[in-house]
Design a protein around this ligand. Structure first.
Ligand code: ZN
Length: 402
């Protein structure tokens, strides 16, 4: 029922050493056109404007999430016992979980109200190569894979493997983003976590002896957020992207003809995009669009596109109250800019670990010596302090000074 490849295929990976593929369906999915498209989408959107080597793709990250999942279902006691079908379903879901991303991750969502999660479901369930490959296993197999990504598969363990609080997705992106940004914040001992992982009461848990590694993982998240993901220069780049997309939307509403050259964006502006339009919309297409816009007759899109291409980014300032914002808007107006597009506020806030935020599987559980399981913040003073601390928030305005 689940044909294997002639021999185990391996791909070199700087984070995991090798990615191992032994099932034909995984190999076929990797070679599908929708999965290959992920080579043309950066994992970290605009972060490479700050950390110049953080140019790794969603393709590499997706392979990494698959590899961690493959190891979990082959090595972790309690997951090793899953049926072959469950193992393959969760490995497919891990591989495909980010398929729906558009260019520059969340900034693109300024142009289309459709979230990337919805596109991921569509690529799996509509008429695509990925869908055809999954359907060869069985007619309901695409739905099973999609339900894990949606967190609705009846076997909770499968959902937790791909997206819990200590899941294959986060473990890969922290390690990978740390490696490619050249920072050391995101590092933690993945080997030790996998060795101390178990299953109890239908939950993925970590043995008490692995608690320090889990603390390290939580700290890795905390530091990566503030040092890399929320770096103000990344946010400045994304603020300009956001403004440019907003400007395109406004121009289109006034007079669609103004954007007739920008064929790649039109289906999204018309909100009539098909899965084929989504396939074509990658970062090379978007950047080509920006090059066209940098010669546009509209001074605002012309300037914003040029800023993106030349990395002539906005300055930033912390915003404490509305007076700060009014002052900045005045300043920008005096320079001759429209504050609607040239003053962007952005609020970043993050807790590295949130217990009881909804689903039970979203807690990290620690297996005590007496066989009981406890939620992480109850048994770790360090994590308990982080959970109790005030939410760290950072509100900034981004604006040009020349
Ligand atoms: Zn991911």
């Amino acid at each position: 029922m689940f044909p294997k490849t002639n021999e185990v295929k391996v791909m070199r990976d700087p984070v995991h050493g090798y990615i191992h593929v032994e099932y034909q369906v995984i190999w076929d999915l990797i070679n599908s056109r929708e999965f290959q498209r992920l080579r043309r989408i950066h994992q970290l959107g605009g972060t490479f404007q700050v950390y110049h080597s953080a140019e790794h793709s969603r393709f590499a990250h997706s392979l990494g999430v698959y590899e961690i999942t493959r190891r979990m279902v082959n090595e972790v006691s309690g997951l090793k016992e899953l049926s072959e079908e469950d193992k393959i379903t969760v490995m497919c879901a891990a591989l495909l979980h980010d398929l729906g991303h558009g260019p520059f991750s969340h900034a693109f969502e300024a142009i289309t109200p459709v979230k990337h999660e919805v596109y991921t479901q569509r690529v799996i369930l509509e008429n695509t190569q990925v869908h055809e490959i999954l359907k060869k296993i069985s007619s309901d197999f695409p739905d099973k894979v999609a339900s894990i990504i949606d967190y609705t598969h009846p076997n909770e363990l499968l959902n937790q493997i791909v997206s819990g609080q200590l899941d294959a997705d986060r473990m890969d992106y922290l390690l990978r983003d740390a490696y490619f940004s050249g920072t050391s914040y995101g590092n933690f001992d993945l080997e030790r976590i996998l060795r101390t992982m178990r299953v109890r009461e239908n939950k993925i848990v970590v043995k008490k002896s692995g608690i320090h590694t889990v603390e390290d993982y939580i700290m890795a998240r905390y530091h990566m957020y503030w040092q890399v993901y929320y770096h103000p220069v990344t946010r400045s780049y994304e603020a300009i992207l956001h403004s440019l997309f907003k400007r395109m939307k406004d121009l289109y509403q006034k007079d669609p003809k103004q954007l007739s050259e920008l064929k790649m964006f039109l289906p999204f502006l018309q909100q009539k995009d098909t899965i084929t339009d989504h396939f074509k919309m990658d970062e090379s297409a978007a950047l080509y669009g920006f090059t066209l816009l940098s010669e546009s007759n509209d001074p605002i899109s012309k300037d914003l596109a040029r800023r993106l291409l030349d990395r002539d980014l906005f300055e930033y300032e912390d915003i404490h109250d509305n007076q700060d914002l009014t002052r900045i808007k005045k300043q920008v107006e005096n320079l001759g800019y429209d504050p609607d597009y040239y003053v962007i506020t952005d609020e970043a806030s993050q807790r590295p670990y949130k217990p009881y935020s909804g689903l039970e599987g979203h807690n990290i559980w620690i297996l005590q010596e007496n066989g009981q399981i406890e939620e992480l913040s109850k048994v770790s003073d360090l994590v308990s302090a982080i959970v109790k601390a005030n939410l760290k928030e950072d509100r900034k305005a981004f604006f040009p000074t020349h």
